[in-house]
Ligand binder design. Structure first.
Ligand SMILES: Nc1ncnc2c1ncn2[C@@H]1O[C@H](COP(=O)(O)OP(=O)(O)O)[C@@H](O)[C@H]1O
Ligand SMILES: O=P(O)(O)OC[C@H]1O[C@](O)(COP(=O)(O)O)[C@@H](O)[C@@H]1O
Length: 441
């Protein structure tokens, strides 16, 4: 089956003339396009590092439908799996994949795999469900994942054998960096066995920590959802003498939610992220900084990312979740305890209110433009799988949807550049530098 491209309002196969989503890695890289591919060329150290460690030059291609459709319509059977932590919009992506398969390609056999890779490894215990247009009709209104999710490793050979048993030839994995690494292993095993099964990822990361993906669904919703909580913290703190509001937000290794929430809510006075170091004690520490702020304003709001300030727990050991992710020590309650004892020792009154909205933030449905992003990422994932592409994830880069090889997207975590303009804006907006006196940058 070939696809009639005239029904789409753009020609994805004239990349050389019209669509070059650059830059791939900062401004230093340049691009040349070669038919559908966008090849990054540069003599920068960064590129050589990729080339050396990955064994190839990282390249992306413009996402979209291809005239040559690889999957025969009658035999095409798809499976969708959601893994890792919840994220607003998971259900919207599931709906988008099912509808695009149904409506654009006439493919009706779509399996929903239950409970992440656990369901793929053990479909007897967690039987899959057939998904159709009726089942997904109002799915975008629901938070969570209708399929359920899980963490924890599964046997790759078993998962691939189950795909074969179910006669699946397209697997859509909706997940973050762990899920994508799992997807890459599945794709490798598929290749080793000489099977024709596409494995295409849709990037799910509320923390926004994947490389070359630009925008991920759920992130904007998370920032938006933080607003009522920060507002409540501010109202509480402002209404009493020396009111201190501490709001903990998600972000294990990357502080994007926290930084953006601080910018979106300019009542935040201190934004603490994993990427930037700060001390608690001493003349330049956070405790003293809040004391200084109290003298000027008598209230203060701290937004802290869950992965911030972990050096305060040095020597306490390390726990991991089932997927191997390092569990962060609870910086929120730690700060509460330290502030209470600090001000008690100084006999300075303080009224501290602590807010941890993490799970209520991530369990809502996607809102605003996140809904649109979910649908479009899903559409492009289907186009990629139908064109026979594999071991790749859809990215949104420089206002273009792109097909990004999984090893490139997961090569390292995307983090806030503390010398970059985003962090500079946060520092300016919070004014935290004037309280953190003498703090090195
Ligand atoms: N390095 C890895 N290789 C293969 N599978 C992985 C890897 N890391 C995680 N996974 C699997 O991917 C799934 C989701 O991973 P997890 O880290 O929990 O969430 P996320 O995908 O959001 O990062 C889990 O089932 C986990 O076992
Ligand atoms: O408590 P859980 O369910 O393991 O999830 C907590 C984690 O989920 C996240 O929201 C997203 O994590 P993943 O991208 O690894 O799924 C993190 O910010 C947070 O640490």
């Amino acid at each position: 089956m070939d696809l009639d491209l005239s029904k789409f309002d753009f020609n994805v196969e004239t990349l050389g003339e019209c669509q070059v989503p650059s830059p791939l890695v900062g401004e230093r890289l340049k691009f040349v396009s070669d038919d559908e591919r966008i090849v990054a060329v540069s003599d920068s150290q960064e590129l050589s590092r990729y080339q050396e460690e990955l064994g190839y030059i990282p390249s992306m291609e413009t996402a979209g439908p291809r005239a040559k459709v690889f999957q025969p319509q009658l035999l095409a059977r798809a499976a969708i799996v959601t893994c890792g932590g919840l994220c607003p919009g998971l259900n919207s992506v599931i709906k988008g994949v099912v509808e695009t398969l149904n409506q654009e390609y006439g493919i009706k056999d779509v399996f929903g795999i239950h409970y992440g890779y656990a369901g793929l490894a053990d479909p007897k215990t967690y039987p899959p469900v057939m998904l159709d247009a009726d089942k997904v009709d109002t799915l975008h209104m629901e938070g969570g994942s209708i399929l359920g999710t899980s963490r924890g490793g599964q046997d790759v050979e078993t998962m691939v054998q189950n795909l074969v048993n179910m006669r699946i030839n397209m697997l859509f994995t909706i997940g973050g960096d762990g899920t994508l690494k799992g997807a890459a292993q599945i794709a490798k095993e598929i290749k080793r066995r000489g099977l024709e099964i596409s494995v295409v990822g849709v990037p799910k990361t509320i923390d926004n920590d994947l490389q070359f993906v630009g925008s991920t669904f759920g992130f904007e919703t998370a920032v938006y959802q933080s607003t009522p909580v920060i507002t409540a913290a501010h109202v509480e703190a402002r209404s009493v003498y020396n009111g201190l509001g501490i709001v903990k937000l998600m972000g294990r290794d990357s502080g994007f939610i926290c930084a953006n929430a601080a910018l979106a809510n300019p009542v935040v006075n201190f934004c603490l992220i994993p990427e930037d170091e700060w001390t608690l004690d001493g003349p330049n520490g956070l405790l003293k900084a809040v004391e200084r702020r109290f003298r000027r304003k008598s209230h203060a709001i701290i937004a802290v990312a869950e992965g911030a300030g972990q050096s305060n727990f040095n020597g306490l050991g390390e726990e991991r979740d089932a997927s191997g992710n390092v569990l962060k020590h609870d910086i929120g309650t730690f700060l509460c305890d330290r502030f209470k004892s600090y001000f008690a020792d100084l006999k300075i009154p303080v009224s501290l209110k602590y807010f941890d909205p993490s799970y209520s933030i991530r369990s809502v449905p996607a809102s605003g433009t996140d809904q649109i992003l979910c649908h479009r990422l899903a559409e492009y994932a289907v186009h990629a799988a139908m064109a026979g592409k594999t071991n790749m994830v859809i990215g949104y880069w420089n206002r273009s949807f792109v097909n990004v090889p999984i090893p490139v997207a997961t090569y390292e975590r995307h983090k806030i550049d503390i010398n970059g303009s985003l962090w500079r804006s946060v520092l300016a907006c919070t004014g935290q530098e004037k309280y953190f006196k003498g703090r090195s940058k």
